[in-house]
Write a protein that binds this ligand. Structure first.
Ligand SMILES: Nc1nc2c(ncn2[C@@H]2O[C@H](COP(=O)(O)OP(=O)(O)OP(=O)(O)O)[C@@H](O)[C@H]2O)c(=O)[nH]1
Ligand SMILES: [Mg+2]
Length: 194
């Protein structure tokens, strides 16, 4: 999709703040600093629309980005950020759980993992959790520019094995730096929001 119009319509912490237009939604989940906001920026052809940061835990609310008059991307705050207090982690968990389990317009979840490493316990838990709710899933292995192309297949196998990846889900290697994988991610989004 050629994106021209994007609008951050809401930074929400509670369902009463979610948009009510009824457009289909795709949520992006993943560890703090993995590159969720960067992926959104590539998808919408902006350099820094969704706030990115080298400081993990920057995104604290559910950010709804309206793309054209068609769909929303929902930037979900990152999990597994050690410096967040236990109380805040519980609050985070509740906010995410409420959203991911009750949002009728949610069509699928993109789970981002770091292409360089085996998925963490948090990554595996997120994947299992979303599978349990029978959510259509796309696993995006991002920052793939940081490993040589010759190692991509090996990393894909490692990531899939660690996640106990199921073949009815999808997988794309991606880089926000080179934009490699962008079309494949858009194809998946279009197929799930049509
Ligand atoms: N080389 C490279 N760097 C990336 C890539 N994606 C993200 N980064 C960098 O990783 C850092 C974190 O990216 P963000 O997009 O802010 O990560 P996030 O998942 O939104 O983080 P939180 O909002 O804190 O959960 C930034 O410094 C980005 O520039 C990528 O594909 N390649
Ligand atoms: Mg972010």
């Amino acid at each position: 999709m050629e994106v021209h119009n994007v609008e951050l319509v809401m930074s929400a912490v509670a369902p009463s703040q979610y948009p009510t237009t009824g457009y289909p939604e795709i949520a992006l989940a993943g560890r703090s600093n993995v590159g969720k906001s960067s992926l959104i920026n590539v998808l919408i052809n902006r350099n820094s629309y969704a706030r990115t940061s080298s400081q993990p835990g920057k995104t604290q609310t559910l950010n709804f980005y309206k793309v054209e008059e068609q769909l929303y991307f929902v930037d979900v705050p990152g999990y597994g950020y050690a410096k967040v207090s236990k109380k805040d982690r519980e609050k985070w968990g509740q906010m995410i759980e409420t959203y991911l389990t009750s949002r009728e317009t949610l069509r699928g979840v993109i789970i981002l993992v770091d292409a360089r490493h085996a998925p963490t316990k948090d990554d595996v838990a997120m994947y299992e959790w979303m599978r349990y709710y029978e959510m259509p899933l796309l696993v995006v292995a991002t920052k793939s520019d940081k490993i040589p192309r010759g190692k991509w297949n090996k990393q894909e196998s490692l990531i899939k094995k660690t996640l106990n990846f199921q073949d009815d889900d999808d997988f794309v290697a991606f880089s926000a730096k080179t934009k490699s994988g962008k079309d494949a991610v858009w194809q998946w989004i279009s197929a799930h929001t049509a």
